[in-house]
Ligand binder design. Structure first.
Ligand SMILES: *Cc1c(COP(=O)(O)O)cnc(C)c1O
Length: 400
């Protein structure tokens, strides 16, 4: 991969016709070290946020040893990239073939589930050739929790209800000697209180079940920073999670896990796009809803933008973007503030696209190409550069 200092240098040197993904390895490394050093337990990486092998390697090199995978393709990818990594198959609905291959071929022991059917599927798929049950399974019950504090809900699809949880915990305990409870508060949880509510549910479930619990996994949902979404410092989340974890009725040596996706990689990438046409307050750019800007189109996510030309002198005004495909839905309402005199041929950098951005690109309509380049400047916003910590938080240590 080529290296440049920043987006402007890329545009000056290359005037790229296709979109370019700019990767910042130092930003991903800093996020990984932050979680490894400050989260009061084990931090897994949720691979779906961005499965790029370069990123996986950076996270590994900076202390992330466990990976949350959700498909057999993710299992194979992480196993091929990081042979020593511990993989945890945390999708509660898996195919028998995926479970079999993960367990027998790739050494996956940890699986999540939210139903008796899935428990039976796992138990059968992990038997040996003589039909003996596996004795080394580590199973994790996914509990349904509220998504009310999150920008993106994950509450509807997965997770067993509080009424079903005690029986499922008791039944699952008979098939494993390491039992966990996991949940997901929704992505981009803007308040640490989301985790308090969820841990209270865990408490209710395990009190009722009265089984020994070896692990609590508070899932993902840790926020990054976007226009209009400025979360409290992550230290606040860690502290409140730790306090509530300690008060749970669980094994004295129970582990605390989390599995962030967004928070570990949002700062890793930005995108350089070219304006192909201007129509009033609408800019036609060369990436969009079927590219790295899926969330900007489909869930109205706001990303920071900046113009990359030196000769734009007018003050900012609000623009909407059209992407390159022929589909009307390839539209990103923004608003994106850019200089009033921006025009066709100019370049724009769109920031904070390392999570659920670069990973979302498709080839629809022939517009999938994007070169990847390494840059060394700071991401457009950061939770980890020391600028957002609160002096009064007692566990703050600057990482700079
Ligand atoms: C998507 C997902 C994550 C990561 O969520 P973020 O909001 O990106 O942190 C973690 N765990 C599970 C089970 C997921 O589905």
């Amino acid at each position: 991969m080529q290296h440049f200092p920043d987006a402007q240098a890329v545009v000056r040197a290359l005037r790229p016709e296709e979109p370019v993904i700019l990767n910042r390895p130092h930003a991903a490394a800093r996020a990984a070290r932050f979680f490894v050093e400050k989260f009061p337990g084990r931090a897994l990486y949720a691979v779906k946020a961005n499965p790029s092998p370069e990123l996986l390697q950076i996270l590994w090199d900076n202390g992330v040893t466990h990976y949350d995978v959700a498909s057999i393709a993710e299992v194979r990818l992480v196993r091929a990239t990081l042979p020593q990594a511990t993989l945890c198959f945390m999708h509660p609905v898996k195919s028998p073939g995926a479970i079999r291959e993960a367990y027998h071929r790739h050494g996956v022991k940890t699986f999540s589930l939210d139903s008796v059917e899935e428990l039976e599927k796992i138990v059968v798929a992990c038997r040996d050739e003589e039909g003996n049950a596996a004795t080394d399974l580590r199973l994790c019950i996914r509990l349904r929790v509220s998504s009310e504090h999150a920008a993106l809900s994950l509450a509807a699809k997965f997770g067993c209800d509080l009424t079903e949880a005690p029986a499922l915990l008791q039944q699952t305990r008979q098939h494993c000697d390491w039992l966990g409870v996991c949940f997901h508060v929704g992505s981009q949880a803007m308040s640490p209180f989301a985790y308090v509510q969820a841990i209270d549910r865990v408490r209710a479930a395990i009190a009722e079940a009265s089984v020994v619990i070896d692990m609590i996994d508070v899932g993902g949902g840790f926020p990054s920073v976007y226009p209009g979404m400025e979360p409290p410092p992550l230290e606040d989340y860690f502290k409140i999670i730790h306090q509530h974890f300690y008060a749970l009725p669980i094994a004295y040596n129970a582990e605390l896990w989390c599995e962030p996706g967004r928070a570990l990689c949002a700062e890793y990438s930005s995108l350089v796009v070219k304006v192909e046409k201007r129509r009033g307050e609408e800019l036609y750019i060369n990436d969009g809803a079927y590219g790295a800007l899926f969330d900007a189109a489909h869930v109205d996510w706001k990303f920071p933008v900046r113009a990359l030309e030196d000769d734009l002198i007018k003050p900012g005004m609000d623009f909407a973007f059209y992407g390159p495909t022929c589909d009307d839905a390839d539209y990103m309402p923004g608003p994106f503030a850019l200089p009033e005199d921006i025009q066709a041929g100019d370049y724009i950098e769109i920031g904070m696209l390392g999570a659920y951005g670069a990973a979302m690109k498709t080839d629809f309509n022939g517009f999938g190409a994007a070169e990847r380049i390494i840059v060394t400047d700071e991401p457009m916003a950061s939770l980890y550069d020391g600028s957002r910590t609160r002096p009064e938080a007692d566990n703050v240590v600057s990482l700079r």
